[in-house]
Design a protein around this ligand. Structure first.
Ligand code: ADP
Ligand code: MG
Length: 708
């Protein structure tokens, strides 16, 4: 009775004062010590706690007669306490709390270890619920360390689906359940930001109900409905944000670059191969974008080796030959350099001035390719005297200025951090009122719908086919006893004039460990395994110039076998390399393994990918098996999604997508629906002035996304 009075009072107080922003430390029972622990979980105010969702549920909903208990099962009983006492054990100096519980069908003993304070809560004659594991003892069945709850109308720890939360020291699920349950009385006050018509159409629970059901569900299916509601609303918010960004982007001005059919025809005729249909279509979409008076914001997505560079080349050519400047930025010096030579080669008939600018190197190509001083290239670029500037993030440094930048292309955009992407944006905004057209390219294979969700503010072109005649790379998982044969195989390939990569295992904890293992592997291979072959070493601790040199030597075939850490991953082309040997392959993600594999098979020779593994673990093997069967990056991505879930595949920090939405990402139809709902709403009420709660939520959501 006292408790209920207290709760009533609390409800009344809170009806007047309750505010979701109320700090948790202001709640009764949340002592400063607890407030500190909650902070560790990232929980500061009432809202945070209400939105701290359980990670799973214990199903204690079936209540079993004591007479029907079976050893080995986890069960819930309801009964009366006949006896309860603390007892010290002799040998282990432990306190046991023992209770005898009775219902109509029998009695059972319950035992708790080292929780003497339980005596304060458990009294003879009381009705209790117990949930826990049933075990055998000399005296018959017993329950050890069961969860207990004094019988009352509304159970939260037993006799139902019981939420289990991520815990931290000093904050148990039991404590969280108790606190959260108290707060649930106030959810009715929270206005649902999700518009009613959308909820109705998608048959989604309202917010207040969903909060209740996600914490204390009446059934698993209601818990799932609640989760679906939250996934939907997060995806919906993301889509709204992206759509609004897109509208905002459209308000900017850009140079309209006319489409020159003759020029493009001349270019395609000059190529030693025919463009694939997918390349044509993508190029067409990009050229159409360039004609617009607002800046393009397009993502070009295509598997490794699908030929994105040529498509970029077309765009660069179109911009540069109309008198504008264009830039191409790559994540590493090696790649920037490769692009420089490739673009020179692609555009050799067009009389353009092409520059290369990296941390270490500055070059200008005009008929001939010359090393120049940084000052010179910066000056020339500023005067508009360079048509196409290629480089690393050196391109976004302060000193770099363009006269008439109309197009910026970022290759392997996922390799640039959010910060660098933002810097680029800022830089370009600072030039003039005219924003450059922006094309980003990625080989991170993402299923189309997912791409829409993650990059919903961009237009997307997919290169979904490989150039004709690409050979299939033979992929094999190699167990330890096949290692010798594999080395022999590599020797033979080298004898035939081919080259090989050996990738060292990924060591997450530290780069220096990784470097050490690469150095060791290098020494082992050069001294013990291949003493008469030329071995090279590549890792992240080498100076850029050394890396560069090593790579050049490999390209020039002065090295037979390149031992490397994962730095080699990004798009370098070595047509003469036919073997990719990956040590500790189970430690890499599918996408990364696929990227490694894409480093070989670029030339006319049959190529091989060897996945070395000592691990027998099912899950990793499942991944490696997928790699054996599937050659298509997009299909692998779907598989990866299935095996690892979206959170691990796309990493929160990279995509900026919150957990719940991440869970929602594995539900393609939910993404579609959220996107459609967002588009529908924006069409109807662009400023969202009729949806003040939604607008407020959107602001909060966007703040949170950007903080992360
Ligand atoms: P990625 O999409 O991984 O950046 P690249 O642009 O580096 O791929 O292209 C890989 C290789 O394929 C290059 O050597 C390129 O010259 C070649 N290539 C590109 N398009 C075609 C095509 N349509 N037919 C044949 N080879 C092509
Ligand atoms: Mg590339």
């Amino acid at each position: 009775m006292r408790i209920e009075n207290f709760e009533l009072c609390l409800i009344l107080c809170v009806l007047i004062f309750m505010n979701l922003d109320l700090p948790l430390k202001n709640l009764s029972y949340v002592t400063p010590v607890y407030a500190k622990r909650l902070k560790k979980l990232g929980l500061f105010n009432v809202r945070d706690l209400l939105f701290y969702f359980p990670r799973r549920y214990d199903d204690f909903s079936a209540i079993i007669p004591i007479g029907k208990l079976k050893a080995g099962e986890t069960s819930t009983i309801q009964g009366k306490i006949l006896d309860v006492q603390n007892r010290k054990t002799f040998r282990r100096r432990m306190v046991l709390t023992e209770a005898l519980i009775e219902d109509e069908s029998g009695t059972v003993k319950a035992i708790w270890f080292n929780q003497p304070f339980l005596m304060r809560n458990l009294k003879v004659g009381q009705k209790v619920y117990l949930s826990g594991k049933v075990t055998y003892s000399e005296e018959g069945l017993q329950m050890s360390n069961p969860v207990y709850e004094i019988a009352k109308r509304y159970l939260i720890h037993t006799g139902r689906l019981v939420p289990v939360y991520h815990e931290t020291e000093g904050i148990s699920s039991r404590w969280l359940r108790w606190q959260i349950k108290r707060l649930l009385n106030f959810t009715n006050q929270i206005k649902d930001f999700l518009p009613y018509e959308i909820r109705k159409k998608e048959k989604l629970m309202d917010l207040s109900r969903a909060i209740k059901e996600i914490h204390f569900p009446q059934s698993i299916s209601l818990a799932e409905d609640a989760r679906r509601r939250f996934s939907f609303s997060e995806l919906f918010l993301i889509q709204l944000l992206k759509l609004r960004l897109k509208k905002k982007w459209r308000l900017q001005k850009a140079y309209s670059i006319g489409f020159d059919e003759e020029l493009i025809k001349k270019f395609t005729r000059s190529l030693p191969f025919k463009l694939t249909d997918a390349q044509r279509k993508s190029a067409w979409e990009i050229l159409k974008d360039l004609e617009k008076t607002w800046p393009m914001n397009r993502l070009l997505e295509g598997d490794v080796g699908s030929g994105k560079t040529v498509v970029a080349g077309i765009a660069l050519l179109q911009a540069a030959s109309k008198g504008y400047q264009a830039a191409l930025m790559a994540p590493t010096e090696m790649l920037a350099r490769q692009h420089f030579f490739e673009i020179i080669n692609l555009l050799k008939d067009f009389n353009l001035k092409i520059g290369l600018l990296t941390g270490n190197e500055a070059r200008i190509f005009k008929k001939k390719n010359n090393s120049v001083s940084r000052e010179k290239i910066l000056k020339k670029n500023q005067d508009g005297d360079i048509d196409i500037l290629i480089g690393t993030h050196a391109l976004i440094q302060e000193k770099v200025a363009f006269k008439k930048l109309a197009l910026a292309i970022i290759d392997e955009q996922h390799r640039f951090g959010v910060f660098q992407r933002a810097a680029l944006q800022k830089k370009y905004e600072s030039f003039s009122a005219v924003a450059p057209h922006l094309l980003t390219m990625t080989a991170t294979p993402i299923p189309r719908t997912l791409a829409l969700a993650i990059y919903g503010d961009l237009d997307i072109s997919f290169i979904n086919e490989m150039p004709k005649g690409r050979q299939k790379i033979i992929t094999k998982v190699i167990s330890p006893n096949e290692r010798e044969n594999t080395y022999q195989f590599i020797k033979n390939e080298v004898k035939k004039g081919r080259q090989a990569f050996v990738i060292c295992p990924l060591i997450e904890e530290s780069e220096s460990l990784q470097v050490k293992s690469a150095v060791q592997e290098y020494e082992r291979l050069s001294k013990e395994i291949f003493p008469d072959l030329r071995i090279g070493l590549l890792h992240g601790r080498l100076k850029p110039s050394e890396k560069e040199k090593r790579m050049k030597d490999f390209i020039a075939q002065k090295i037979d076998i390149l031992v490397s850490t994962s730095v080699v991953e990004v798009g370098i082309d070595i047509p003469n390399a036919t073997v990719m040997m990956i040590e500790g392959s189970e430690r890499f993600g599918l996408a990364q393994l696929h990227q490694f594999r894409g480093r070989v098979g670029r030339g006319p020779y049959q190529s091989y990918c060897f996945l070395l593994t000592d691990s027998q673990a099912g899950k990793t093997n499942q991944r490696l098996k997928a790699l054996l069967k599937i050659n298509d990056g997009a299909k692998l991505a779907e598989k990866d999604l299935e095996i690892r879930g979206p959170g691990e595949c796309f990493g929160r920090h990279q995509s900026g997508i919150p957990d719940l939405a991440m869970t929602g990402l594995s539900d393609i139809s939910l993404i579609k629906k959220a996107r459609e709902a967002a588009i529908g709403l924006i069409d109807k009420d662009q400023s969202l002035k009729n949806y003040p709660e939604l607008l407020e939520k959107l602001k909060e959501f966007s703040r949170k996304l950007h903080l992360e």
